[in-house]
Design a protein around this ligand. Structure first.
Ligand SMILES: *[C@@H]1O[C@H](CO)[C@@H](O)[C@H](O)[C@H]1NC(C)=O
Length: 328
């Protein structure tokens, strides 16, 4: 007997489509075949999650020899991201390249936390400096980071608020300050959802306070040279400063000054606030190490790949020392 659509009564058709819908909701096809691998990896015990956002930052880690892959399962691919299972200085580590900017950073960190047994997130990478006392190759361990990419963009000639710093475009007109039809903008708070607490509106997101105190004590010899390129002085670790994050590659001297003047922000990057916020929600510790690769538009254009490699290596060195300390 040949089946044709006409032969199936409408009630049976409906039941069939319900069954198909239920099947796809329950089975999570993306997870088929990886469950047992995840279980096996998680049986190893908790790991520190190590996350970076640029391909070059992962390349530097691979070339450094700090990371030893786990023989049993060196890697697992989930949702297009590659999770590397292994260890750093004796501590279990799972590292993953998140991709750039906050959406990539957040979903990758969320996946890491959801799928693996993770005891904390260590984030390293490069940053632009917006503080004239923080220079090339220095590594910032911020205490607070904020997302500066959410704005209220106000009407032309709307009255100035006293409560929050306003970026008024007219003040940047040349040759003279004046009015500008673009008006002004102010930063908005983030909505932080976290376990066991009602939603909070926050601007500043702190890194873990216990981890911060450990990171503050680290003594690491930073690099001054990369290849044939050398900085005039040996870089330093600066801790306790404020960092900014937005889905913006900042290369503008005036906006850089604005962030420093109005908010005391010393670094700019595109991911750290997202990493901190995603990790804060479930209450897992997080720490950020960002090496200065450029001055976010404040420099006479001499940014280079040597500089960004140097900045990455320095940030990684501090992250590795941190992992060795908390891994004990
Ligand atoms: C700028 O950086 C220096 C460290 O190099 C620090 O002492 C100073 O407090 C920073 N400024 C602000 C506003 O954070």
């Amino acid at each position: 007997m040949a089946w044709s659509c006409r032969a199936i009564p409408p009630q049976a058709m409906m039941l069939l489509s319900l069954l198909l819908a239920a099947g796809s909701a329950v089975a999570l096809p993306a997870m088929d075949g990886v469950r047992w691998q995840l279980d096996r990896i998680n049986q190893r015990g908790p790991s520190l999650g190590l996350v970076m956002s640029y391909v070059d930052e992962a390349t530097v880690l691979q070339a450094s020899g700090y990371f030893t892959p786990w023989r049993v399962f060196p890697l697992l691919d989930l949702y297009g991201r590659r999770f590397h299972i292994g260890s750093v200085r004796g501590a279990n580590v799972i590292y993953v390249l998140t991709g750039q900017r906050r959406l990539n950073a957040a979903v990758t960190v969320q996946t890491l936390i959801n799928m693996f047994s993770v005891s904390g997130i260590v984030h390293y990478g490069t940053a632009g400096s917006s503080n004239d006392s923080v220079s090339f190759g220095d590594v910032s361990v911020p205490k607070l980071v904020a997302h500066t990419g959410a704005w209220t963009w106000k009407k032309f000639k709307s009255p100035e608020e006293s409560s929050s710093a306003e970026l008024r475009f007219g003040e940047y007109n040349i040759p003279n300050r004046g009015d500008n039809l673009l008006g002004s903008l102010t930063f908005r708070n983030e909505e932080l959802y976290s376990v066991g607490k009602p939603m909070q509106e926050v601007f500043w997101l702190p890194v873990d306070s216990v981890w911060f105190r450990i990171a503050e004590q680290l003594k690491v010899k930073l690099e001054r040279c990369y290849d044939t390129f050398c900085l005039p002085a040996t870089p330093k670790i600066v801790s306790g400063l404020r960092g900014s994050s937005a889905d913006i590659f900042l290369d503008n001297a005036e906006y850089r000054k604005f962030l420093f003047r109005e908010y005391g922000m010393s670094t700019v990057d595109e991911e750290s606030a997202a990493v901190v916020m995603t990790t804060t929600s479930p209450g897992i510790p997080v720490i950020v190490f960002r090496g200065v690769s450029d001055l976010a538009g404040g420099e006479p254009s001499w940014s280079s790949t040597s500089l960004s490699n140097l900045a990455t290596i320095n940030a990684l060195k501090v992250a590795v020392e941190f992992i060795a300390t908390v891994g004990k």
